[in-house]
Design a protein. Structure first.
Length: 394
């Protein structure tokens, strides 16, 4: 039974056996000389796709730099994990280059000459995601006019990268767990399993531990995915990479735009280093692109850098990343205000507030609320009854 040709779409990128290696490796001193890429075995501080100029409209990160001590530690960890066949969970904010890191893991493994398949789990509706991942037989459902190979089969002997893994419906999480345990897939409409040999690299920009506590992500799948994990630092927490990345993007966009040499003045450098970069590497790339469009006399000045102020509208993310004041600092400030207000029964009020917030966070699940707060379920239940949030007969 012949399978139809599966073609990539904007959310899915397939690299087959004949594809060139994914990356150029260029130490910083070689950037301007445009000499041959350094060998993989040498210390490489720039990681980029071979033809980033072809990805002008892509939302994918096109470069990673490992100059800051924090990112150098990440690079060393990647080199330790990559040669194995262990599943890898890549954790990082939007724009930190999770797919690029996944590709690098593949490139450093014994599977590097085998397929690399990248799939955005958030790109498919719940009704389609099972067919996309596991494939289907002809006639499996209305509109299934031919057999279709799923992405697990397409990645056989290679690496499958599942981005936004936290977006998978719970029903699909169960089937994904079985695939990882049994090393076989069953297409929709089929009964016979198909053996697969795939390394899975998954990525998320949310804390899956919190999703597990909230009942949105299976705990057993979480541990199956997290055999090895890589936490990508935010750009603001790796300041030593900001200017090298800026120089790389200047070089790329200067060439695309047909400009001669471009210079960053000192005030522009200070502005780049001072910014908190809520959009991370992707934001930096866009800022540099825009600056080159409007700069004069081949000099990028401070006023040419149009920086976002979106971090002011996302305080919860700042708390979580430790940028500026931390959670404890803000909590202390709130407590001092309450002390000054002289509120009666302050302790009881705080306890009620914590219980209510945790119960709401756990979607009205008392057992998960107790687990989140580290207290017994009976304590939580007694407080909820007292607050009138559940019935004593429940």
């Amino acid at each position: 039974m012949g399978a139809e040709q599966v073609l990539p779409n904007p959310d899915v990128l397939f690299m087959n056996n004949s594809a060139k290696h994914f990356f150029d490796y260029q130490p910083e001193q070689m950037l301007e000389q445009k000499t041959e890429p350094a060998r993989i075995e040498k210390q490489a501080n720039l990681l980029s796709l071979p033809n980033p100029h072809e990805l002008t409209t892509s939302i994918r990160g096109t470069a990673q730099v490992f100059e800051d001590p924090v990112s150098l530690a990440l690079l060393n960890r990647i080199k330790l994990i990559a040669p194995s066949d262990a599943n890898v969970l890549v954790i990082g904010e939007t724009g930190t280059g999770k797919e690029l890191i996944a590709r690098y893991v593949h490139e450093l493994s014994h599977r590097k000459d085998k397929p690399f398949v990248a799939v955005n789990c958030g790109a498919f509706s719940e009704s389609l995601v099972e067919s996309e991942l596991f494939g289907h037989e002809k006639g499996a459902f209305t509109g299934a006019f031919s057999t279709k190979v799923g992405w697990f089969e397409a990645a056989n002997t290679g690496t499958l990268f599942l981005d936004e893994i936290g977006d998978l419906p719970l029903s699909i999480q169960v089937k994904l767990l079985r695939v990882l345990q049994e090393r076989e897939v069953v297409r929709l409409g089929a009964r016979k399993p198909i053996a697969i040999d795939v390394r899975l690299v998954a990525a998320t920009n949310v804390r899956l531990e919190e999703a597990v506590l909230a009942g949105h992500f299976r705990e057993d799948l979480f541990y199956r995915l997290r055999v090895a994990h890589l936490e990508l630092p935010n750009l603001r927490n790796r300041p030593g990479d900001i200017l090298p990345l800026a120089y790389f993007f200047i070089s790329e966009y200067r060439r695309r735009l047909g400009y001669s040499e471009i210079t960053l003045d000192e005030e522009a450098k200070k502005k780049l280093l001072k910014h908190s970069w809520p959009g991370n590497i992707r934001e930096l790339e866009n800022v540099i692109h825009h600056a080159l469009l409007i700069c004069k006399n081949n000099l990028v000045r401070s006023e040419d850098l149009q920086l976002s102020s979106i971090q002011l509208q996302k305080p919860r993310e700042d708390y979580a990343t430790g940028n500026g004041l931390g959670v404890d600092d803000h909590l202390n400030d709130a407590l001092y205000h309450m002390f000054e207000d002289g509120r009666e029964d302050l302790y009881g009020h705080l306890e009620e507030t914590i219980i209510k917030a945790a119960y709401n966070y756990c979607h009205n699940n008392a057992a998960q609320t107790a687990k989140l707060l580290g207290v017994s379920r009976n304590i939580v239940r007694a407080r909820l009854i007292k607050l009138g949030m559940i019935s004593a007969l429940r």
